[in-house]
Design a protein around this ligand. Structure first.
Ligand SMILES: Cc1cc2nc3c(=O)[nH]c(=O)nc-3n(C[C@H](O)[C@H](O)[C@H](O)COP(=O)(O)O)c2cc1C
Length: 359
């Protein structure tokens, strides 16, 4: 029988992967007080496999980085210590574990900020409140404060320290969260970034913040331990094709391990639409490992790998609901359905570690 493309081995720089099915970063909001909890040991180890790549949920780089309740951080010693047993459990099962490091920027409100201050961003334009992807939660945002030019390097430094801390906690590397409308993406997008200094205006200027973070993190932990996630097609830019291409071409000079790109193919979570856009030009231009994500099922993942469209495919909701997803794909077994009403609830078991295994 011909091998299943998703289940073929792949060498990602120093990491020997035994298959191409990646756990996408998934915020689960069960890290009370921004500290990862012991229940995450079981959650991540359930999804670990020998030679499988897992990307941890978005993890704050500083005390201004949060915009949702109970998301983990990696800026204090306590947080670093709390991550360690989780990382150890994944390693015990032979998994490779990257930490997604994150700053929400203006996707926040006063209640998440130290001393109730304004969230920070590249702009002082607020976002309007919106209903979250689970269709339940209403997110409320406070008007942000525009970062002064000289403050920006301090945020770059927060990412550098977070990367150092992640390595100290035992992670194999970090994924810089440059996607989905959060701080880095706010700088990248021309409909959000209205700066007039060297961080706004031209494409080169808008990408400067992201690339300074990549440089700082690479200098700190080495390029082979660094990935980045980008979503040029999520709202906010007048020319996402050019933005995506500019970023991957600029990333090539750092020699980072991977670029993780979010597909343009869905208007809303769970809803696929026809689109003239494709990640292919970026895939072709990028010299490292290319990970594609969003809306993939098994067949589409296999096709992406066999056609050379992506090296690896990240699965979010399917992996959330199927801790043994690689095995199920191998056996062509039926999948558990995900329950979006428990994506972000704080229960340490329900909707978290109680999705059944095949056996
Ligand atoms: C519950 C949930 C939490 C998510 N949290 C994150 C996150 O922390 N960081 C991130 O980059 N993307 C996050 N995403 C997006 C996923 O990584 C993924 O791109 C998305 O679910 C689409 O892939 P899928 O169709 O395989 O689910 C989240 C998605 C869901 C459903």
């Amino acid at each position: 029988m011909a091998p299943i493309p998703l289940l073929t081995p792949y060498k990602m720089g120093r990491f020997h992967l035994s298959h191409r099915i990646v756990l996408a970063p998934l915020t689960r909001q069960r890290s009370f007080g921004n500290v990862p909890q012991p229940h995450a040991i079981l959650y991540y180890s359930q999804r670990a496999s020998k030679g499988g790549l897992l990307i941890a949920e978005a993890t704050g780089v500083s005390d201004t980085a949060q915009g949702y309740p109970n998301t983990p951080g990696i800026w204090t010693k306590e947080q670093v210590e709390a991550w360690r047993p989780i990382v150890d459990a994944v390693h015990k099962k032979g998994g490779i574990f990257f930490c997604q490091i994150w700053h929400v920027g203006r996707v926040s409100n006063y209640t998440f900020q130290p001393n109730g201050q304004a969230p920070i961003s590249c702009t002082d334009k607020p976002i309007v409140s919106k209903v979250r992807a689970n269709g339940v939660d209403v997110l409320r945002f406070s008007p942000p404060r525009r970062l002064a030019t000289e403050e920006i390097l301090l945020i770059v430094n927060d990412f550098r320290i977070a990367a150092k801390n992640a390595i100290e906690a035992g992670f194999d590397g970090v994924e810089i969260h440059g996607a989905h409308g959060y701080l880095i993406d706010q700088f990248l997008k021309d409909q959000i970034n209205d700066r007039t200094d060297q961080y706004g205006g031209s494409m080169e200027n808008r990408c400067r913040f992201a690339l300074e973070i990549v440089q700082a993190v690479v200098d700190e932990i080495g390029a082979d331990r660094v990935g980045i996630r980008l979503s040029p097609y999520t709202a906010g830019d007048s020319d996402p094709d050019a933005l995506g291409l500019y970023m991957v071409n600029s990333l090539n000079k750092f020699g980072i391990s991977y670029c993780h790109m979010v597909e343009p193919s869905m208007a809303k979570e769970g809803e696929k639409v026809e689109t003239p856009h494709s990640l292919l030009p970026m895939r072709k231009a990028f010299k490292g490992t290319f990970i594609a994500a969003r809306g993939y099922n098994k067949e589409e993942g296999n096709k992406a790998v066999s056609s050379g469209y992506a090296d690896l495919v990240a699965y979010g909701r399917l992996f959330l609901a199927n801790p043994d997803l690689p095995q199920r794909f191998e056996l062509d077994a039926p999948l558990n359905n995900y329950n979006s009403s428990t994506f972000y609830t704080p229960d340490p078991v329900v909707g978290y570690t109680d999705y059944p295994f095949l056996c």
